[in-house]
Design a protein around this ligand. Structure first.
Ligand code: TMP
Length: 211
């Protein structure tokens, strides 16, 4: 089973993944948590290049290919082997982020991005995608205070430095994707207490596990 979490910055994806991991493990499932960019060894190097504020001169095309390279490596070395070993794989971001950020955010053609994603994922699409949906004004505020708390502003701040208009387009991209693939992508309201959101996430995951 392959489950991905998507959404703009600051929607609480990593908190929800940790809560779901605990829950699934308590039910006896083997769980593998991973992320994009950075889930593989080579991906961790790509993540540094992709997110550092030093790299403001990265072109949109180069950025796209680095995300796709990260994904190809991640699928081959981490996601596919973990699924084969019987784990439930939980990934913080996956292919939908490319359509939302590079497509709706940066203005590249979403159909072309879908085809490039198909090369990178090599047939391995998620069984379920949870789209944590939140107003970008709230999300960005949360993400920026987290980065400054963790001292990550320079290392990981390249997208947080984008405008609210950019993140509003990205959010719309995710919502459009969900409307086009309702059988795979479920929208989860990301406002409110983490424990309440976790209950919504759990219900969707259990429905899929027992389908
Ligand atoms: P995060 O792991 O802290 O969410 O940071 C990843 C950043 O990379 C986030 O701003 C979204 C961005 N991103 C893309 O632009 N395209 C992609 O394909 C992926 C996976 C992430």
């Amino acid at each position: 089973m392959f489950i991905t979490f998507e959404g703009i910055e600051g929607t609480g994806k990593s908190t929800q993944i940790a809560l779901l991991q605990q829950h699934l493990e308590s039910q006896g499932h083997k769980v593998r948590v991973t992320l994009e960019p950075g889930g593989s060894r080579i991906g961790a190097e790509l993540r540094r290049v992709l997110l550092s504020l030093e790299n403001r001169d990265l072109t949109p095309q180069a950025e796209l290919f680095l995300y796709l390279a990260d994904r190809a490596q991640h699928v081959a070395q981490v996601v596919r082997p973990a699924i084969a070993a019987g784990a439930v794989v939980l990934s913080d971001r996956f292919a939908d982020s490319t359509v939302a950020y590079q497509g709706y955010g940066r203005g590249m053609d979403p159909e072309l991005l879908h085809r490039l994603n198909a090369v990178a994922v090599d047939g391995l699409w998620p069984d379920l995608t949870l789209l944590l949906d939140l107003d970008p004004v709230i999300g960005l505020e949360r993400a920026m205070s987290r980065n400054s708390r963790e001292g990550k502003t320079n290392a990981e701040g390249r997208f947080e430095a984008e405008s609210i208009a950019f993140h509003t387009r990205v959010r719309q991209g995710f919502l459009d994707l969900a409307a086009r693939s309702p059988e795979r992508i479920s929208i989860v309201d990301a406002t409110g207490a983490p424990e309440d959101i976790a209950l919504r996430v759990r219900a969707l995951v259990e429905a899929k596990l027992h389908a």
